[in-house]
Ligand binder design. Structure first.
Ligand code: F6R
Length: 609
């Protein structure tokens, strides 16, 4: 939520910052702003709306300067308006601040500062930071920031500059992500990796409580009490091109089409068909400890939670261990029974979701072994978990998660198949059969993607409906939830996902000619039951679109529309069945003229509670 970029070097700071902000716009897009130090004074431009609006202002009133900070906002305190857009200044206009997070004690601080004569211009929590730095400034910006951090409570990633200290950019991190990019004669600050990919691959991932001082020729990291500390520099292998649309109209469509590759990248070097073996390089838990575990908690939010629901089936069916799945914002506030014999699997694309981080910390404190499935190298979740298995999906820019979801599923299959083999909970020949099936997934997804034109035609036909039901059973029940979430978030159509067998217990009352149903009805042990559920819906006037297995003629006769998928072992079906639902949501949003990559009210990583 909210994206920050900072720059100091030989280039025009405004250009570098707006370019970086464009790559962070998925983090928030209700207003934006940039400030630079220009001929010894702060100059800033801010605007409501997307970055394109700020771009227009910058074209007519360009900024010139070699040091600057910028921000793209997802509003928390104060409505989207120019006054509330960052950067925020102190009374003198010499200090500017950008901030991602929430300052919890800002009202109390604001009251004190106002009584001391500070004049506030916005409704934001952030502005208090600018005034506190002003109050603490005695000629050294870094010291003033350190002093300020002693008084603020809450979460922050900060970027600060001052015309009184023009050769410095200060950054600080507490419970919100911030990275430093290292260049030649230039250095950068950013909320996330993609912002900096065109400029550098050398990055430092700041840790909680770090404060960083950037000059054009160097970077120093300190603890909040001013002690210099060493932080490792990581080389990022992501390609800048991966963070571009590459000829697709939207990132979401590109990311849907990337899935055969991203799954292959997640499996490659881990699944060895010839040796009939899985090798998970980063998962260090030893076999004795692993086999002593008696319960798995899977914790995540949103789409990642849906991946976790599939994970439950895999742990129970393959590893024969009890698995519970929790939404992170619930898990952290109840009293889960965690101990040394439990494994907590946290799933997060960004690795920065505030509730998931809190859940991870709770699990660690309770002695549970923690394993993260994460896409972003160096993110908080990946650094704090005992073990991490990275999904190799590359940057996911579309706000609606697609390739990260199937990457998470692939990681869950790897973990559960590996554990099952080690534990002996499945027979060797079954293990070999399953890994061979799994290996075929990328080529099967390529086949599924060929159905895109049919999905697009269905989307056109049904785009005017205002309500949708998505039904699935067993391992495809989470896919029904995911299909409904995708439709809701990018096309603003009301949609609900249900376990098909639960319909009779209430929701069936909703069915009429205005309530179409998407039913996952691929061949599986529950296929006949799903057919029964389809009959029940049809008998009540429902229009049914089925996701079915190629060659299934029975379903053609029983339903109003069909998307056929290649035959696959039911365990691996979710990796296939989710694809047409992602495409359906995409095409409906397109028909309705919705902003696919940046749906209203949302932001890519939810770094506030
Ligand atoms: C939906 C979506 C969100 C995220 C959720 C968790 O398309 O993207 O529901 O899945 O905010 O985010 P991560 O996985 O980054 O923790």
């Amino acid at each position: 939520m909210c994206g920050i970029v900072g720059y100091i070097g030989g280039k025009n700071a405004g250009d570098v910052i707006i370019d970086g902000l464009k790559r962070l716009e998925y983090r928030g897009y209700d207003s934006a702003g940039i400030a630079v130090i220009s001929e010894g004074a702060i100059e800033s431009r801010r605007s409501v709306g997307k970055l394109a609006e700020l771009g227009k202002i910058l074209r007519s009133k360009p900024l010139k300067g070699l040091t600057g900070i910028g921000h793209t906002r997802w509003a928390t305190h104060g409505k989207p308006s120019e006054e509330n857009a960052h950067p925020h200044t102190d009374c003198s206009g010499k200090i500017v601040v950008v901030h991602n997070g929430i300052i919890e004690n800002y009202l109390e601080l604001k009251k004190i500062l106002a009584s001391e004569g500070h004049k506030f211009k916005s409704e934001t929590d952030t502005e208090v930071i600018a005034h506190l730095i002003e109050k603490n400034f005695k000629g050294d910006l870094f010291k003033a920031v350190l002093e300020t951090l002693k008084t603020v409570k809450g979460a922050y990633a900060l970027g600060v500059i001052s015309s009184d200290d023009p050769d410095t950019v200060i950054g600080a991190r507490q419970d919100a992500p911030l990275i430093v990019g290292l260049g030649n004669g230039e250095n950068f600050l950013a909320s996330d990796i993609p912002a900096l990919l065109p400029y550098t691959r050398k990055m430092i991932f700041l840790e909680e409580g770090d404060v960083v001082k950037l000059n054009k020729d160097g970077v120093k990291v300190f603890s909040k009490d001013g002690r210099e500390i060493k932080r490792e520099t990581k080389n990022i292998t992501w390609d800048a091109v991966q963070a571009e649309k590459g000829g697709y109209k939207h990132f979401m469509l590109k990311e849907i089409y990337e899935q055969p590759q991203t799954i292959q990248d997640t499996i490659l070097g881990r699944l060895f068909i010839g040796e009939q073996k899985i090798y998970l390089e980063d998962v260090k838990i030893d076999d004795k400890k692993l086999n002593g575990l008696n319960k798995v908690y899977i914790v995540a939010c949103g789409t990642s939670y849906h991946a976790g629901l599939v994970g439950k089936f895999l742990f129970e069916n393959l590893v024969k261990v009890t698995a519970e799945v929790d939404i992170a914002s619930e898990f952290r506030y109840r009293s889960p029974v965690l101990d040394k014999k439990t494994l907590t699997v946290v799933i997060s694309q960004s690795g920065e979701t505030a509730d998931t981080i809190a859940a991870l910390r709770l699990a660690k404190q309770s002695g549970s072994h923690t394993l993260a499935i994460c896409n972003v190298v160096g993110s908080t979740v990946s650094r704090e978990a005992d073990d991490v298995l990275y999904t190799h999906c590359g940057p996911e820019i579309g706000v609606a998660s697609t390739k990260a979801f199937t990457g998470q599923l692939a990681a869950l299959y790897l973990i559960t198949l590996d554990w099952a083999a080690k534990k002996g909970s499945i027979k060797k020949d079954e293990f070999v059969r399953l890994i061979n099936e799994f290996w075929e997934t990328p080529s099967r997804i390529r086949e599924v993607l060929k159905a895109d034109p049919q999905v697009a035609a269905l989307a056109k036909e049904f785009s005017q409906k205002r309500d949708f039901l998505f039904l699935g059973r067993h391992v495809n029940y989470p896919i029904a939830l995911e299909g409904a979430l995708k439709l809701k978030e990018i096309s603003y159509i009301h949609a609900e996902g249900y376990p098909a067998g639960e319909m009779k217990h209430g929701p069936i009352a909703l069915i009429d000619e205005n309530m179409p149903l998407f039913v996952v009805a691929t061949k599986s042990a529950v296929y006949e039951k799903v057919l029964g559920n389809i009959e029940e819906a049809k008998a009540r006037g429902g229009t049914v679109i089925a996701l079915a297995t190629a060659g299934d003629k029975e379903i053609t006769a029983k339903t109003d529309g069909q998307i056929y998928l290649p035959e696959v072992d039911e365990f691996f079906a979710p990796l296939l069945t989710v694809i047409p639902l992602q495409l359906f949501a995409y095409h409906v949003a397109e028909v309705l003229g919705c902003d696919v990559d940046q749906p209203r009210n949302l932001a890519k990583s939810v770094t506030v509670e």
